[in-house]
Design a protein around this ligand. Structure first.
Ligand code: SDX
Length: 429
C-alpha cells in the first residue's frame, strides 16, 4: 500500500510528512521531521490537534460517545467485570481468567498496608487540609520508601511498582479521610475484596466490625471502573511527561494527582456538587444557565462539556444509572440534589447554547451526588477519582517507559517576548 503523505508548502518550499492510521480514530500526520525540514515548529496551545504518543490502552470516540479499554466498551466492562479485573485488563491487555484473577487479587491484597513511617507524614498536615493536598504529599512521599524496584527497564520492577501503588492508594485515600475526621486509621482487611476493603477503611472504626453493603460496594466498584483511564487527558499527560525524565513512578503519580485536582479536570465533581448546593432549587436553574452562557461571566456549568466528547460521555450515562441504584437502595429516590441535577440536565440539553457547543454532562456530573449518598464528603470526591485513575496513570506510565520511541518530552514555543537587548548601566534604567 502506498504511503499516504501530507504536503506542506511555505514561502514556495514544499515538504512531505507521512500520514499514520491507527486501529480506530483520527489519522495523524507525523511531523517529527518538520523542524529539520522547515526550521519551523507547529503551534497547538492546549494540544487540541496533537497526538503525543501511540497507545494501545484506551480509545475514545468523542462523536459516538464511545469509550474502550483495550478494545472493550466501558458499558460491557461496567456490567460484567469488577474494578480489579479491569485493572488487570488495562495493565496486561487481556481480561484475566479465573486463576489469573485470583492470583492478582491475592497479590494486591498483600500490598495494601503502608509503611508505618508513612503514617507520620499525616501528622504534619492541619486536620482541615484539603485531602487532595494530603494525597499529593503522601503519595509523593512513597517515592522515598521504595528503592528496591526502581529499574524501569526491568519488567518485574515495573510490576512491583504497579502492584504497590494500586494496592496502597485506597489505604492512603482512606487515611486522608480518617485524618480529616480525627478518627483512627483503619488497617486493611484481607478477608474483604478491594472495594469493600476500601469502604471498611473509610467508614469502619475499631469499635465494631464494619459490614459493607454489597449494593453500595458494587456501585463504588463501578465508579472506580468508570474513572480508571481516559486516553491522554491532562493528568495522564502530566504523569507521562514527568515519567519521561525517568522520575520515580510514585513521584509521577503525585504529579498526576496534583493536575487532577484542578476544577477543570477531576476537581469538577467536587465543584459540581458545590454548584448544585449553590443553585439550591429548580426555580434558580434558569439563572445559572444564563450565567453559563454569558461571555462576561466566568461561571461554567460544572460537570458539563468535554474536550473530546461532543456527544454524551458514556460514563455520565452509567454514572446516572449507578446514582439511581444507590439512591434507591438508600431510600433517597427523592434526593433534592439528584432531582435538581436531573432538571438542570434536562433544561441544559434543550438549550441551543449547549446543543450548539455540544456540551453534555460528563463523568463528573452525577459522580458527586452518588458519592455524597455513599457517605463520602465533597472534599474527598477527587481523591476517589485519583484512586481509580492511578490504575490508568500507572498503565500509561509503563507503556511510555517501554515505548521504543520513548524520549524525554520537551515541547518548544513561539517566543513573543522582548527582542535581544543589552543591560543598560543603572544610571540609564
Ligand atoms: C474531566 O480530558 C479528559 O478526558 C478529562 C476527563 C478524564 O476522565 O480524564 O474526562 C475528566 O476532566 C471531565 C471534565 C470535567 N470538567 C468540568 O466539568 C468543568 C466544566 N467544563 C469546562 O471547563 C470545559 O468543558 C472543559 C474544560 C471540560 C473542556 O474545555 P475545552 O475543551 O477547552 O473547551 P472550551 O472550554 O474551549 O469550551 C468550548 C466552548 C467555550 O465557549 P466559546 O469560547 O467557544 O464561546 O464551550 C464553552 C466555553 O466557554 N463551555 C462551557 C462549558 N464548557 C465549555 N460553557 C458553559 N459551561 C460549561 N461547562
Amino acid at each position: 500500500m502506498t504511503q499516504r503523505t501530507a504536503t506542506l508548502t511555505v514561502d514556495g518550499n514544499t515538504s512531505e510528512y507521512p500520514v499514520m492510521s491507527g486501529t480506530h480514530g483520527n489519522d495523524v500526520i507525523d511531523i517529527r521531521s518538520l523542524g529539520g525540514k522547515t526550521g519551523m515548529f507547529t503551534y497547538d496551545s492546549g494540544f487540541l490537534s496533537t497526538s503525543s504518543c501511540q497507545s494501545r490502552i484506551t480509545f475514545i470516540d468523542g462523536d459516538k460517545g464511545e469509550l474502550l479499554y483495550r478494545g472493550y466498551p466501558i458499558e460491557q466492562l461496567a456490567e460484567n467485570c469488577n474494578f480489579l479485573e479491569v485493572t488487570y485488563l488495562l495493565k496486561n491487555g487481556e481480561l484475566p481468567n479465573a486463576a489469573q484473577k485470583s492470583d492478582f487479587e491475592n497479590t494486591i491484597k498483600n500490598h495494601t498496608m503502608v509503611h508505618e513511617q508513612l503514617v507520620k507524614f499525616f501528622q504534619g498536615f492541619r486536620r482541615d487540609a484539603h485531602p487532595m493536598a494530603v494525597m499529593v504529599g503522601v503519595v509523593g512521599a512513597l517515592s522515598a520508601f521504595y528503592h528496591d524496584a526502581m529499574d524501569t527497564s526491568d519488567a518485574e520492577h515495573r510490576s512491583i511498582s504497579f502492584n504497590r501503588i494500586v494496592a496502597k492508594i485506597p489505604t492512603i485515600v482512606a487515611m486522608a479521610y480518617k485524618y480529616s475526621m480525627g478518627q483512627p486509621f483503619m488497617y486493611p482487611r484481607n478477608d474483604l475484596d478491594y472495594t469493600a476493603n476500601f469502604m471498611h477503611m473509610m467508614f469502619g472504626t475499631p469499635c465494631e466490625e464494619y459490614k459493607p453493603n454489597p449494593v453500595l460496594v458494587r456501585a463504588l466498584d463501578v465508579i472506580f471502573t468508570l474513572h480508571a483511564d481516559h486516553e491522554q487527558n491532562a493528568s495522564t499527560s502530566t504523569v507521562r511527561l514527568a515519567g519521561s525524565s525517568g522520575a520515580n513512578p510514585f513521584a509521577c503519580i503525585a504529579a498526576g494527582i496534583a493536575c487532577l485536582w484542578g476544577p477543570s479536570h477531576g476537581g469538577a465533581n467536587e465543584a459540581c456538587l458545590t454548584m448544585l448546593e449553590e443553585i439550591g432549587d429548580v426555580s434558580r436553574v434558569g439563572e445559572y444557565i444564563k450565567r453559563a452562557k454569558d461571555k462576561n461571566d466566568s461561571f461554567k456549568l460544572m460537570g458539563f462539556g468535554h474536550r473530546v466528547y461532543k456527544n454524551f460521555d458514556p460514563r455520565a450515562k452509567l454514572m446516572g444509572k449507578v446514582c439511581a441504584e444507590v439512591l434507591g437502595e438508600l431510600g433517597l429516590e427523592n434526593d433534592r440534589l439528584f432531582k435538581l441535577a436531573k432538571e438542570l440536565e434536562k433544561i441544559a440539553l434543550e438549550d441551543d447554547y449547549f446543543v450548539q457547543k455540544k456540551l453534555y454532562p460528563n463523568v463528573d456530573f452525577y459522580s458527586g451526588i452518588v458519592q455524597r449518598a455513599l457517605g463520602i464528603p465533597t472534599s474527598m470526591f477527587t481523591c476517589i477519582f485519583a484512586l481509580a485513575r492511578t490504575v490508568g496513570w500507572m498503565t500509561q506510565w509503563e507503556e511510555m517507559v517501554t515505548d521504543p520511541e520513548y524520549k524525554i518530552g520537551r515541547p518548544r514555543q513561539l517566543y513573543i517576548g522582548a527582542a535581544r537587548r543589552d543591560v543598560p548601566p543603572i544610571t540609564k534604567r
